[in-house]
Design a protein around this ligand. Sequence first.
Ligand code: GTP
Ligand code: MG
Length: 333
Amino acid sequence: MDKEEVKKVKEAVEETKLADLPGIGPAAVAKLEAAGVFDIMGVATMSPPVLSEVTGIGEAVCRKAIQAARKMLDLGFMDGSEYEKKREDIIYIPTGSKNIDNLLGGKGVESKSITEVFGAFGSGKTQLALSLAVHVQLPKEKGGPNGKAVYIDTEGTFRPERIKQFAAGIGANPEKVLKNIFVARAFNSDHQILLVEKISEMIKNGEPIKLVIIDSLTAHFRAEFAGRGMLADRQQRLNKYLHDLMKLAEQRNLAVFVTNQVMSNPAMMFGDPTTAIGGNIVGHASTYRMYLRRSKKDTRVAKLIDSPNLPDNETVFQVTQDGLKDVILKSED
Ligand code: GTP
Ligand code: MG
């Protein structure tokens, strides 16, 4: 962008009205103005529940509007070349399934963001994480960022033999691939938090870490803050943790991938009776959220939820011995 274009972008941002935000119609604008919110900045600094309360619009839509507002402001605060550079930097990690890559916008999991995958026991969350830990090592000419991975394992489910199988599946050297993954078993939530602080040190020491996996993000928090009265504490700590992860992702231009269990909600009678642990806090902090479930004929369905810039969509894949495999549905399926 040259100076003239930068000026145009800045003017466009200044001229943006509340009604230009996705999902914000005239009625919502009137309610916002009645509440003293007149510009994009006012929306950008709100939380989805608050915006939802003020406007009466659903939280998912509010979240998108807030994210759009924040994006627009971002544009206003940096000059065009900085902006261009920020986008140029972004790297992508293929998941191993073209279907899932497409679901996430085409190239896989994105740096400078948190991708959360949630689903029931055995739905494929860990398999997807392991596949990413292998694919992050792909060289540029094969569509990868040629980086290393950190795997924070809270459940003891990291499987070196699966890594080797996935590596062999893409024709890479299994032993070398395994060596480029730093695995740590986190024994409790404090330890899990401490391990993230160590990652910055490793990067400073020259390790080209491009992917941080936390499998699972919530298990320890859930176990340690079990009682009803502890919910607020748990959410607060999770919130801070996610904030730190986001900072790490942005500062080091790496992708954060977290898994999350679902808890069953027996009160729900229709649909899938499960909800992601950590509720709103995890949902709002992650940029991309994907829900996995088992489906017929040993297939799995991945569904994108509430993405700020992509349509909510779903796709089908399979877990096989040597990697994730795309499933093309025939009409009789
Ligand atoms: P939790 O961590 O228990 O919440 O589940 P998860 O979502 O992490 O499940 P995970 O990713 O570990 O998926 C386990 C499933 O992957 C198994 O039940 C198998 O169906 C499948 N799977 C794992 N390894 C293999 C393999 O070598 N071959 C095949 N065909 N499937 C596998
Ligand atoms: Mg798992």
